[in-house]
Design a binder for this molecule. Structure first.
Ligand code: HXC
Ligand code: NAP
Length: 292
């Protein structure tokens, strides 16, 4: 559960906000929902599994005393999204924000993925987010209300990555929607940003992306300059800032929170941190001698 003693915003910072978090029943979505609720927002959590959503909603409500509305829906189906949105408005009132967090993903060599499985990932991540953005966007535009959309992408939305190709394609598309609508819909007072997290332990991601058999072989914290994975409160603080008025001039940004992981992979000579001091002395002598 989220350690609320580590939250950066004051209690009440999100009073008056009503925020939808897709995939809010588990993992990072649950953490963000808890954080928003702790800060005073009414939250609606969406996902496919009703029992998971109901348990999470009552767990958060008990801790924060603020209304959490669980709504079972599949983000791939536009009609289900419109129904959920209408229920949400009638139960919680005017919606102020959307967090596109629901996702599907698994590691696999691409040639082992069927065209159906490829479609499923694109449908959940890209089309599902598009469905929520269109439904909420049209509601905000029609009712002349301001809106705020935060999407959870990944660092490989920009770099691409083998072994998660459907997810990389879908997250790249979501990043493109974000940057496009941040400009186009600014005239309606709707802003768009993304957070691209590095590894943050959740059951959903770990079971599908870092299974035990891989964890035994590879210590992936070595890829991260800060030598550790992310802590949930770190992401929750960033998300709550982006959903609050304190970030009202931030629009169209991708904010990376990964301990420097992707830069380490990108920098030409970053692999040299494996060289010892003695080896550097030897290398320096050789390099200084290069002229001769
Ligand atoms: C190859 C696979 C597979 C695998 C499933 N499939 N697992 N193919 N390798 N390991 C294929 C199936 O054979 C099937 O294709 C198709 O995928 C759909 O599988 P189902 O189990 O029938 O579908 P469904 O129950 O809807 O499950 C969807 C899912 C599942 C995406 C496959 O993983 C899921 O529900 N995920 C939701 C949560 C999640 O993924 N969380 C992680 C997000 S983490 P065929 O052709 O046989 O019908 C994340 C972090 C990224 O994104 C960055 C980390 C640093
Ligand atoms: P998670 O716990 O598995 O969360 C995924 C959520 O999406 C689940 O609650 C799931 O609920 C929901 N979902 C999946 N398919 C759906 C559908 N068709 N309709 C509605 N809801 C659906 O994984 P997580 O690690 O917290 O991931 C959350 C987000 O962070 C994702 O966008 C992921 O790509 C991103 N991310 C995570 C990490 C990480 O290290 N954890 C890193 C980078 C990015 P149901 O199964 O009940 O539908």
């Amino acid at each position: 559960m989220l350690d609320t003693s580590k939250l950066m915003l004051n209690k009440g910072s999100l009073n008056g906000h009503v925020i939808i978090v897709t995939g809010g029943g588990t993992g990072l979505g649950k953490t963000m929902a808890h954080c928003f609720s702790q800060l005073g927002a009414k939250v609606s959590i969406w996902g496919r599994r009703k029992d998971v959503l109901e348990n999470t909603a009552s767990e958060i409500e008990k801790l924060t005393g603020t209304k959490v509305l669980p709504l079972s829906c599949d983000v791939r189906n536009y009609d289900e999204i419109e129904n959920a949105l209408n229920l949400c408005i009638s139960e919680l009132g005017e919606i102020s924000g959307l967090v596109n967090n629901a996702a599907g993903n698994f590691i696999s060599p691409t040639e082992r993925i069927s065209h159906r499985a490829f479609d499923i990932i694109i449908d959940i991540v890209l089309k599902g987010s598009k469905n929520c953005i269109l439904a909420l966007g049209n509601y905000w535009i029609k009712n002349k209300k301001q809106g705020n959309v935060l999407s959870i992408t990944t660092t490989y939305a920009t770099t691409g990555s083998g072994y998660v190709v459907p997810s990389a394609a879908a997250k790249a598309g979501l990043l493109a929607i974000t940057k496009s609508l941040a400009v186009e819909w600014a005239k309606y007072n709707i802003r768009f940003n993304t957070i691209s997290p590095g590894p943050f332990p959740t059951k959903g991601a770990w079971d599908r992306l870092f299974p035990e058999i891989l964890r035994e072989k590879l210590d992936f914290t070595n890829k991260i300059p800060l030598k550790r994975v992310g802590e949930h409160y770190e992401l929750a603080n960033l998300a709550s800032f982006l959903m609050s008025e304190f970030s009202s001039f931030i629009n169209g940004e991708e904010i990376i929170i990964d301990g420097g992981e992707w830069l380490k992979g990108a920098g030409e000579f970053n692999f040299l941190d494996m060289i010892s001091n003695d080896e550097w002395t030897e290398i320096e002598a050789i390099v200084r001698n290069a002229k001769s």
